[in-house]
Design a binder for this molecule. Structure first.
Ligand code: GLU
Length: 439
């Protein structure tokens, strides 16, 4: 372990873990894991009205879902606790008293107000945004403790970051404007600044700040839509950082190894759903069939498909036949329903596009096809090719009704692979239903 790097994610438990929060947590995690430092979770629950235990739980489970484990936190413990601001009030009071004694703050009723010195240059070197400075003159006196005894954000954050030994403050760029106010508190207490690294903003495709208007904003909504945590992780890591050219698909460990704070860009990052879909599909493809099955199965169940009527081997093999189709587990489930049931196929196809005359031809062909000695995709395909050449019919004219009849879809994986996997009898049954084989 590297003792010199200690980073924190400091969410306010006033909502679920949203994309921006997940992004910040992830970059802190990457830096901790890259350096062998520690990743700390601190709950900033001083807004007593809006903070709840339920939100704290959802944030934590959202982080776990993304694979962001923390070394210290309200549940994990650690030597720098407590890890909830509501349990650290004594510290905020202790330092406020000291500032009042030293004349750097004053009381106004129950509240404690910071006396902002004028003519002071407040400067820091941000690891992402570079040198930033301003004069204190534009800042007014600010509240440290409110009359209800609760600290304000810009005060508590300094007390906590210092007393928790935070080395790097990595957070959203919307906090750059707060940083000078925090520097004042560091200065007043005679404390050294941590290193600051602000992360670029995340924008929707229309270049406006990411919000509900752009679609799902909470991390869990992506889970429910069938995205893999590994893919959401991979996607978020690429918002403002790159692992190098031609290295877009990576695991958490690979990202942690390659991550560099100095390579985070200042340019706002655009949240592009198509990119997420692409990344998710790449991760799905890399899974072994049984792991993929674990992801797809809940969606088949949600669709009401008879999952339990099939063996795990059969279901996993169905996903092998499906190959890389479907950008999400949910989409893959939708594309493969015909492996589990014939009912949905019937609902999609009625064979009314096939003339009686053509049906006559199909019956002749499928009758022979269903009798091939070995029920194997390559055999079925060779047979079909030869038959169509011999009879001078287009291959697609006899293969398309097969596809529609057994899958109910215009697009599917190799239809002979599908037929092989369904089996000779199931294929016969389905074709017979549409009047494509002689009874
Ligand atoms: N609770 C603050 C927030 O959620 C923390 C900001 C910080 O990291 O300093 O925005």
């Amino acid at each position: 372990m590297n003792d010199s790097v200690r980073v924190r994610f400091a969410p306010s438990p006033t909502g679920a873990l949203h994309i921006g929060g997940g992004h910040t947590a992830l970059f802190n995690w990457l830096w901790a894991r890259h350096t062998g430092g520690r990743f700390i979770l601190r709950i900033e629950d001083t807004d007593r009205e809006r903070s709840t235990k339920e939100y704290e739980e959802t944030i934590m489970s959202g982080m776990r879902w993304l694979g962001l484990d923390w070394d210290e936190g309200p549940d994990a413990g650690g030597d720098h606790g407590p890890y909830r601001q509501s349990e650290r009030l004594h510290l905020y009071h202790e330092y406020a008293d000291r500032l009042v004694e030293e004349g750097k703050a004053y009381r106004e009723g129950e509240a404690v107000i910071f006396r902002t010195p004028q003519g002071v240059r407040l400067a820091f070197d941000d690891m992402v945004y570079g040198h930033i400075e301003m004069m204190s003159d534009t800042l007014k006196d600010t509240v440290l403790l409110k009359s209800d005894g609760m600290p304000t954000y810009n005060y508590a954050v300094v007390i906590d970051d210092h007393t928790m030994g935070i080395s790097h403050v990595i957070r959203g760029e919307d906090h750059i404007s707060n940083t000078p106010k925090q520097l004042l508190v560091y200065d007043a207490l005679g404390w050294e600044y941590p290193v600051f690294a602000h992360l670029p903003m995340i924008l929707g495709k229309d270049k406006k700040k990411l919000s509900k208007r752009h679609g799902a904003t909470s991390v869990y909504e992506y889970r429910d839509m069938g995205y893999m945590p590994d893919a959401v992780f991979n996607f978020l890591a690429l918002l403002g950082w790159s692992a190098g050219e031609n290295n877009e698909i990576f695991s958490r460990d690979e990202a942690a190894e390659l991550f560099e704070l100095t390579r985070v860009t200042r340019r706002a990052a655009v949240f592009d759903m198509e990119k997420l879909n692409f990344i998710n599909q790449e991760h799905l493809k890399r899974l072994d069939p049984y792991t993929r099955l674990d992801l797809v199965e809940p969606f088949w169940r949600e669709m009401g498909l008879p999952v339990d009527s099939h063996s795990r081997e059969y279901l996993a093999q169905s996903l092998v036949v499906l190959a890389g189709r479907g950008q999400t587990a949910k989409e893959a489930a939708g594309y493969s329903d015909y492996f589990l049931t014939f009912e949905t196929v019937k609902g999609r196809y009625d064979a009314s596009d096939v003339s009686e005359e053509h049906k006559e031809l199909l019956r002749r062909f499928y009758g022979e096809l269903l009798a091939v000695p070995e029920w194997k995709a390559s055999v079925l395909e060779d047979f079909t090719r030869e038959w169509s050449a011999r009879e001078s019919v287009k291959m697609k004219d006899i293969a398309m009704p097969l596809r529609m009849g057994i899958t109910g879809m215009k697009v599917s994986p190799g239809i002979f692979e599908v037929a092989e996997h369904l089996g000779r009898e199931e294929t016969r049954k389905r074709l017979a239903f549409f009047g494509f084989v002689n009874a």
